[in-house]
Design a protein around this ligand. Sequence first.
Ligand code: IMP
Length: 188
Amino acid sequence: MTLQADLLGDVAEVLVTEEAIQLRVAELGRQVSDDYRGRNLTLVSVLKGALPFMADLMRSIDVPLRIDLMEVSSYGGTATESSGLVRILKDLSASIEGEDVLLVEDIIDTGLTLNYLLRYLRGKNPASLRICTLLDKPARRLVEIPVDYTGFTIEDRFVVGYGLDFGELYRNLRFVGVLRPEVYTGQG
Ligand code: IMP
């Protein structure tokens, strides 16, 4: 999709400010550090949306850890609706057998993507498997997901920024916001 984007001008509303994100990520980092002290922590993150969250979270954690990255495609249908189809575009690069894995996600919406990923990762025999998500949109959940760490619970709106995209754009915003309706409809 090609968009004539105006990075800041296209934003209708800031939902989570940069300051709020940084404070919450620091809190989550402290919590994770306390919970994983003395264990074999591996953070597994899902490209591309979780990239900024992963980068900030890992630096807020003060216990030794490894990281690994996966990439999945979760939107086959439209730009803002999950298709339920999940394809692995990039697999783990190392074994997680016996590791205490914390899956780092950008947002849980229907939960379909994560549901697939959880089953996939469980099959690799980690010692434990937990979930940390920056954003949770429980209103649209189709499958139950046991979320262990949540940054912010938000209402049912399509959000961009801090890694999240619309048509691959807006990931570099430092906050999480909502776009003006004209952007989605391609007018204006
Ligand atoms: P789910 O399978 O419906 O839970 O969708 C999860 C994935 O859809 C996330 O990892 C995002 O990549 C994408 N997604 C869901 N909601 C939003 C949103 O509000 N903005 C941007 N991407 C979203």
